[in-house]
Design a protein around this ligand. Structure first.
Ligand code: PLP
Length: 417
């Protein structure tokens, strides 16, 4: 079968068996090809066309694609035992849990390993309720915590929530980065405040420096838990191991996923302080998962954490991110009619456009010229730049050149967009 046939058959299968609207959207964005192979910072389509990955799988590909050390660890484990018997001790899960205790801040110690971000959030919410014996959960508008019913109850976008109501009782949403709003809803029946230290899907929103520390203080005053959802921000994305490290805040429960699997395996985890784990120690089967903690995913995560440390990737994220951000800020100053704001930390950067209509044009121009990017899910006016943390300055310069030309084009057409 030649590549044209494979492409048309794949798109037809999307139309008939997945969702025709997705096929239409991909086509509209100029994405009418099939991904085929990936390595490092580059994704190749079936015809061998190269794309610089500036989306990084929404934060999954922090180590790039197919990092050889992670691939090697997974291949090796395949020849031993990919899934767990669940009755004998599972060494990769034990080793990973110990490593998570080491890299997470403060006294965070016990982990439960699941398979995705939403599962990590579900587990964190359940743990907050069982530990405190309270049911109210405070979350923020425009947050994204996942789309299963529990995490969706925390997610702060009506578009995703309304069709599935009633969701779980006891969830309230207040504006992000607004301390007064938190003070108004705080009381002694709040089980937890759940927050992304930097909102990702909400449009890469960086809070003021005092926000997270003040949330920590308020939670302590009222005996509520602070859950930091670091599914997207975690493991070096923002130039520190965890985004909460920027603010010297230690949450009670921290969630991770996405980059944890080293870009090879799906995995998620929540990690908590020992006293919070007490009820699970009394009843260890209250929260379980068949595939959670499987050796294949755990060895990928262990290798990923070692690579993060051995290859100094978090510092790279901080310095390359600062370079990229500065260049994007000067692009914003040249074209303020197209770009309203540029913000972020490390390699989690958002480009806020002046009009929603500009996004489609920019993304399809970028794709045409071999750069993959996308909007943030809750804010289509913001294009995210979340490349692998291993991206070089030379590749960033290439992306900037392509972006500059696309922005100039948008500037020339601004009245029509
Ligand atoms: N939490 C945050 C902060 C996220 O960004 C996401 C996904 O984008 C999730 C949770 C849900 O993760 P998953 O898609 O793996 O369920």
């Amino acid at each position: 079968m030649n590549s044209d046939n494979i492409i048309s058959e794949t798109i037809e299968n999307y139309e008939q068996y997945i969702n025709p609207a997705i096929a239409k959207l991909f086509r509209y964005m100029g994405l009418s090809t099939v991904e085929w192979k990936a390595e490092g910072n580059i994704i190749y389509d079936i015809d061998g066309k190269e794309y610089i990955d500036c989306l990084g799988g929404y934060g999954v590909f922090s180590l790039g694609h197919r990092h050889p050390k992670v691939v090697e660890a997974v291949k090796k484990q395949l020849d031993f035992m990919p899934l767990s018997s669940k009755v004998l001790f599972n060494k990769p899960m034990a080793d990973l849990s110990a490593l998570l205790a080491e890299i997470t801040p403060g006294e965070l110690q016990y982990s439960f390993i699941g398979n995705s971000g939403t599962e990590a959030v579900e587990g964190a919410l359940k743990l907050a309720r069982i530990h405190t014996g309270r049911s109210r959960i405070i979350s923020t508008t425009n947050s994204f915590h996942g789309k299963t019913l529990g995490s969706l109850s925390a997610t702060g976008r009506d578009l995703f929530r309304d069709p599935f109501k009633p969701l779980l009782d006891g969830f309230e949403h207040i504006p992000f980065n607004d301390l007064e709003a938190v003070k108004q809803v705080m009381s002694h029946d709040v089980a937890a405040v759940i927050v992304e230290p930097i909102q990702g899907e909400g449009g890469i929103i960086v809070p003021s420096d005092d926000y997270l520390p003040a949330l920590r203080k308020l939670c302590d005053e009222y005996g509520a838990l602070l859950i930091c959802d670091e599914v997207q921000t975690g493991l070096g994305r923002t130039g520190k191991m965890f985004a909460s490290d920027h603010y010297n805040v230690i949450p009670d429960i921290l969630t991770t996923a996405k980059a944890l699997g080293g870009g090879i395996m799906p995995i998620g985890a929540f990690t908590a302080k020992p006293d919070i784990w007490e009820k699970y120690i009394t009843s260890p089967f209250l929260h379980t998962s068949t595939f959670g903690g499987n050796p294949l995913a755990c060895v990928a995560a262990i290798a990923a954490i070692h690579v993060l440390r051995d290859e100094d990737i978090i510092n790279k994220s901080a310095t390359t991110g600062a370079y990229f951000l500065a260049k994007l800020k000067s692009l914003q100053q040249t074209y303020p009619d197209v770009i309203k704001d540029v913000r972020g930390k490390g390699l989690m950067i958002g480009i806020e456009l002046t009009k929603e209509g500009i996004g489609g044009l920019l993304i399809s121009e970028l794709v045409n010229k071999g750069v993959l990017a996308a909007y943030t899910l809750n804010n289509p006016k913001v294009i995210r730049m979340e490349p692998p943390l291993i991206i070089t300055k030379e590749l960033i310069d290439l992306v900037l050149k392509v972006l500059h030309d696309a922005v100039e084009m948008a500037h020339d057409m601004i009245e029509d967009l």
